[in-house]
Design a binder for this molecule. Structure first.
Ligand SMILES: Cc1cc2nc3c(=O)[nH]c(=O)nc-3n(C[C@H](O)[C@H](O)[C@H](O)COP(=O)(O)OP(=O)(O)OC[C@H]3O[C@@H](n4cnc5c(N)ncnc54)[C@H](O)[C@@H]3O)c2cc1C
Length: 373
């Protein structure tokens, strides 16, 4: 049995960011991640520049990964009608394979203890957590940060509300060789979903789409589905027909839920997708994961220095999380509903082609301000 400063469950972007932040300010960190590094993940891999100053503060030089700078967007309806423009803040494209691995190495350099195992349950009693691992281990700490992503066995164990409902969304992602403008991120609507296309490092193009299961289940495989549904968008058809896949088969995940979640449950501070998943069309989930890790780490340091007790820590985290993210998530849900309605999305596109200055305003509503330290 071990008494650790902070236990973090999950070593994705949120968990690793919190680990690097807390270890940088001298707090002991034990992080439990069930998978090996490096690993490809289903993600659009476009990150908003809002996180850059904070990553620099964490001593993470993203330029080392040779990311692709992205400054323009194109947005197309299912029929291929498109509007394009400059992104208000811009961003960069980098694979999760490279990014998560980079953060993992930094966490190790910062002397975080990283355990490869799966957390089976988390109990809280007498002001202390007990975290149980699938291989029989047990960890104890005063603070647990939940960074186990969109959907995990831990959600089931905690009986979280969203996990009891079925979700209609699945996602497919692959890396390709195809000519696609380097500085562009594209969002292409199709019946029952939308597809993001952008460059990452090494002249590789990431294509990732979110699809509704009702439309998808009629087809035997992703290839048939793409040809029958995604190809109805003429712009997507051209991209796919010229693309050479780099993965043996695409990565897929299902049961993606965008429902509201609580950001503190059973005294665990939830960060990243564990606290709430924004619709990927907003291209801001990774920035939110990093930002929420920053908020939690700062407040945890106040808890350890005696400025906050547990009750105030939880309240302050909930308030700050809501101030920063609630309205973005709401806008994401609203935009997704619009995209699912073919007629409405065509009308809105018509409007945007007449008033193109409105689009950056909508993008701003789903993004945050640059993170300052
Ligand atoms: C289709 C799609 C496209 C997207 N595109 C973009 C985009 O272009 N830009 C953007 O900013 N965001 C995008 N996002 C959102 C982004 O991927 C997420 O917001 C981000 O990955 C959240 O990071 P995280 O650390 O919270 O979760 P994750 O990266 O999922 O990490 C969670 C980790 O927890 C581990 N874990 C789970 N359970 C356990 C357990 N019991 N024990 C130990 N470890 C456990 C997992 O193995 C995993 O490594 C997209 C999302 C989807 C679904």
């Amino acid at each position: 049995m071990k008494n650790n400063g902070v236990i973090i469950i999950g070593g994705g972007l949120a968990g690793l960011t919190a680990a690097i932040h807390l270890s940088k300010i001298g707090i002991d960190v034990t992080l439990v991640e069930k998978n090996d590094f490096p690993k490809h993940k289903v993600c659009g891999e476009y990150i908003s520049n809002e996180v850059l100053p904070y990553l620099t503060w964490l001593d993470l030089d993203i330029e080392f990964l040779q990311p692709q700078a992205i400054s323009k967007f194109i947005f197309a309806t299912a029929s291929g009608k498109a509007v394009s423009g400059e992104l208000p803040l811009g961003g960069f494209g980098v694979s999760r394979y490279a990014l998560d691995h980079f953060l993992h190495k930094k966490a190790l350099t910062n002397k975080c203890q990283i355990i490869k195992d799966s957390v089976t349950s988390i109990d809280f009693s007498n002001d202390e957590f007990t975290v149980n691992l699938s291989e029989g281990g047990e960890l104890k700490s005063k603070i647990v940060i939940g960074a186990f992503g969109k959907r995990s066995n831990v959600d089931q164990k905690l009986n979280r509300e969203f996990i009891r409902k079925k979700s209609p969304w699945l996602a497919v992602k692959g890396h390709f060789k195809v000519e696609f403008p380097l500085e562009l991120v594209g969002l292409y609507n199709f019946k029952g979903g939308y597809c993001g296309v952008s460059n990452v490092e090494s002249n590789t193009v990431n294509i990732c789409y979110l699809a509704d299961y009702k439309t998808f289940k009629k087809y035997k495989n992703t290839s048939d589905y793409q040809k029958s549904i995604l190809y109805q968008n003429p712009l997507l058809k051209t991209i796919f027909e010229n693309a050479t896949p780099l993965f043996e088969k695409p990565l897929t995940i299902s049961q993606i839920a965008f429902d509201k979640k609580k950001c503190v449950e059973n005294h665990i501070l939830m960060i990243g997708d564990t606290a709430g998943l924004i619709h990927p069309l907003c291209g801001n989930g990774m920035a939110m994961a990093i930002h929420s890790a920053k908020i939690a780490s700062e407040l945890v340091s106040h808890y350890f220095s005696g400025q906050l007790d547990r009750k105030n820590l939880e309240q302050k985290y909930t308030d700050t999380w809501n101030q920063n993210f609630s309205s973005r998530l709401k806008t994401g849900r609203m935009l997704s509903k619009i995209l699912q309605n073919k007629k409405l999305s065509e009308v809105i596109m018509q409007g945007l082609s007449v008033f193109p200055f409105l689009l950056p305003k909508i993008i701003r509503k789903t993004h945050g301000k640059t993170l300052t330290i």
